[in-house]
Design a protein around this ligand. Structure first.
Ligand SMILES: [Zn+2]
Length: 137
């Protein structure tokens, strides 16, 4: 009896894509290929309606059950803006790289000029003031 080789299922082959109606229905959005809950910002491992609905049912259904489609939209907009702000602040550098490098050069130059250790409080203060002038004029 010849046996057929077992065909392994791969998640990537199943063509799972995020459906827009999940945003209103389960308060989820897609971010970089992963479904993310807008309420608690947790991601669900698989792009499956069962996983997403289970998360919604167990974690947030009580809070959002009475809000129906149209009533949810303002709340959804607010949650989306909050998540976007959070993601922007995570990936946006707070200090310009060139300014940071220039401040480093200023400190090095002062160090060479004065030949003082960083244990000297006045010298450290002078360096910090010079950096502050460069970073936030
Ligand atoms: Zn959640």
């Amino acid at each position: 009896m010849a046996s057929r080789p077992l065909k392994k299922r791969k998640v990537a082959d199943e063509g799972r894509i995020f459906k827009q109606e999940w945003t209103i229905q389960y308060i989820f959005i897609e971010e970089k290929g992963k479904p993310i809950c807008l309420i608690c910002n947790q991601s669900v491992n698989l792009m499956k309606v069962s996983n997403i609905s289970r998360h919604y049912d167990t974690m947030h259904k009580d809070e959002f059950e009475e809000l129906h489609d149209e009533a949810r939209k303002p709340r959804l907009d607010k949650l989306m803006k909050a998540l976007k702000r959070q993601l922007d602040s995570l990936f946006k550098p707070t200090i310009d790289k060139e300014k940071a490098m220039l401040s480093s050069y200023i400190v090095s130059q002062k160090n060479v000029e004065k030949c003082k250790p960083f244990s000297d409080g006045e010298f450290v203060k002078e360096c910090l003031v010079a950096c502050a002038m460069e970073l936030c004029p």
